[in-house]
Each structure stands twice: as C-alpha cells, then as structure tokens.
Write a protein that binds this ligand. Structure first.
Ligand code: SAM
Length: 219
C-alpha cells in the first residue's frame, strides 16, 4: 500500500500531465535512446508516448530510464500510417523532425495546442512516408560541423520548448486529465498489481477517496 505521502506525490505529477502532448518514435532502435526519450517525455508531462518498431515490439528498456516506463504509457502501433492516423483522429497536429529544406524552425510551432513530435531512427531518420503524413516538418538548426543531433537530445530540445510554452500558458497550473482518466491512471500508478488483477478478471477499478485510497464495496 502506498503511503499518503506517496499518493500525494503521484497526484502532484498527475495534476501536471499533458494528455495533448506526445512523441511518436519511428523505429528508434537503441534502448538507451528509447529510454532517454521516455524520460524527457515524463519530465514535460507526457501521459502516453507512441512507437512503431520493425520487430513489432520496442527496444528493451535500459536502466538509464530509471523505471520511467512505469509513468509514461506506451502505445505501440503496427506501422507509421496507423500511428499517425491514430494521433490525427485524436486531434493532434503531427510534427516530423527532419533535416530537410522543407522543415521549419522547431520554435515556430505552437506547442500549447495538441502536438505530437515524430522522432526518427538513429540511422535513417523519419521516413518519407511519415513526413508526407505529418502536418509539418520541423528542424533544430545545426550551426556546427555535425549534421544532426542524437535523437534523444533532439527530443529533449523540442519537448522542453513545448514545456516552456506550456508553462507560460499556464497549462501546468490546472488538471488537464478528465476525471475518469485521472482516477484510472492514479489507481494504476498507485496499485499496479491490483490494477493488473482486476483487468485480467475483467472487473472495474474501485472508486478512490480524496487521498487516492480505494474504497472497496462490502458486497
Ligand atoms: N541520417 C538521419 C537523417 O538524415 O535524418 C539522421 C538521423 S538523426 C541521428 C536521428 C533523429 O534525431 C532524427 O530522425 C530526428 O528525429 C532527430 N534529429 C536529430 N537532429 C535533429 C535536428 N537538428 N532537428 C530535428 N530533429 C533532429
């Protein structure tokens, strides 16, 4: 059972989660990059990240993730078309990070609106298909000798610009999750084993009291 202090901490983090900010990792193959991106996503309040991977799975989490995978949901899609359609259906504008002439400076984007940032593989970058489906291509200007950044560094630079804009707009000052999602996520974070058991039995989660403790019915 989590302590009241722990429940308070979980609620504090959930209060700042941003359901309309996310990343889509397209074939990011190195576990340490994958984990580092999730860690930055957690730090800016991403609730759910997205991935497509040729193996149909995702790179194994490296210990550098500091267990962050527990706090950022990961939705794996079979291909990039499905992933981008899913995001657009949910109202996200999709921004493909690309070192191309068509790309605009990443700071020109309004990240206070629903935004999904597509990150490409270490070797090949974002695919032409993903770029064609995206609403815009964005780039972090490179003024030195290196042609590109490490993918997790690029992710952090863009996500923290999104965080800067959202802080300025007051989006971390009020709860952004709808009440049902808030209760569901709080239960899954606070009582992961219980949540797994109830899901496997096809049973609903119990209501939570004001502190986040489950209220089990006596029937
Ligand atoms: N040869 C690849 C290419 O041309 O795209 C380089 C891939 S780069 C090492 C891996 C990923 O990091 C890219 O797909 C992109 O998501 C991100 N990235 C790296 N540098 C970037 C930059 N300057 N602007 C935007 N994204 C960048």
């Amino acid at each position: 059972m989590p302590t009241l202090e722990r429940l308070r901490r979980l609620r504090e983090v959930l209060d700042r989660r941003q359901p309309d900010l996310t990343v889509l990792m397209e074939n990011v193959s190195k576990p340490h990059n994958f984990s580092a991106i999730l860690r930055s996503a957690d730090a800016v309040g991403v609730l759910e990240a997205h991935a497509v991977h040729p193996t149909g799975g995702v790179p194994t989490h490296h210990k550098s993730s500091a267990g962050v995978a527990k706090w950022v949901y990961l939705r794996v899609h079979p291909d990039v078309e499905t992933a981008i359609a899913h995001l657009k259906d949910r109202g996200f504008s999709v921004y493909a990070t690309r070192l191309s002439d068509a790309a605009i400076d990443y700071r020109k984007v309004d990240y206070t609106r629903p935004a999904a940032v597509v990150l490409g593989s270490e070797k090949w970058g974002v695919s032409a298909r993903a770029a064609a489906l995206a609403d815009a291509e964005i780039v972090i200007p490179m003024l030195g000798m290196a042609q590109s950044l490490n993918v997790s560094v690029a992710a952090a630079v863009i996500l923290f610009e999104a965080q800067r804009q959202r802080l300025a707009a007051g989006l971390y000052d009020r709860v952004r999750l709808d009440p049902a999602t808030y209760r569901r996520v709080l239960f899954e974070w606070a009582y992961p084993e219980e949540a797994r058991r109830l899901r496997s039995e096809g049973r609903p989660y119990p209501p939570l009291d004001g502190e986040g403790r489950p209220v089990w019915s006596s029937s």
